[in-house]
Design a protein around this ligand. Sequence first.
Ligand code: ADP
Ligand code: MG
Length: 251
Amino acid sequence: MSKLEIKDLHVAIGEKEIVKGFNLTINGGEVHAIMGPNGTGKSTLSKAIAGHPDYHITSGDVLLDGRSILAMEPDERARAGLFLAFQYPSEIPGVTIANFLRAALQARLADGEEIDATAYYKRLYSKMDLLKIDRKFTSRAVNDGFSGGEKKRCEILQMAMIEPNFALMDETDSGLDIDALKIVAEGVNAMRNPNLGVLMITHYQRLLDYIVPDQVHVMWDGRIIKSGDKNLALELEAKGYDWVKKELAHA
Ligand code: ADP
Ligand code: MG
């Protein structure tokens, strides 16, 4: 079983500190939800962990199975088992989904090893069936002209194909209508296993009706200010975030 440890992480963009002492440990098999208002640093946290060059980790550490990933390039982090599903996925005109995913899988093989095309397509189609994605999609360019919901499904398809040890999902629910949300949730639930840990960033409680988290954390001003079980998400939905802040002020 693998373990992702985020230890007293501080992240700055330029001169501005955005993440201010974030601590969290995720074990394989666990789903943790991070909730919090816009601008609290949720996306900054996930991009910094993925290794985005604009997000500078000024102190703290991120350990994957006890080993710091901070000196690793983004592609090494991916090969070590980390996956980031973006809040705003990029469009890659001219590269089909089929070729893109194949290249992503090929990149994880040892030099000289080749993906077996028949096995690859069999796997791709079974994952697409799981996520109820039309097969016509494979010949379309990655995210090019996709709706918000289609982009999110494409992110989940990538995750299903790559089978990471840890997935950071940044507002995968945004832009999805309720049917698409259920399909994505079913897909993630189907992927849940002791070898996958999930950090699910969400602004709304709705996703958590379908993907039931082991723990819910409230992020405010760059750090976790409250943690609880799935009921915390319901409480937040009913009372808003100010309630947590007031509680904190009186503690
Ligand atoms: P969240 O995902 O919780 O809504 P973000 O991590 O996107 O929050 O943003 C946190 C803060 O960092 C905001 O004040 C935002 O304006 C700022 N920020 C995020 N990305 C950038 C960037 N690339 N350049 C400058 N400021 C940024
Ligand atoms: Mg965000």
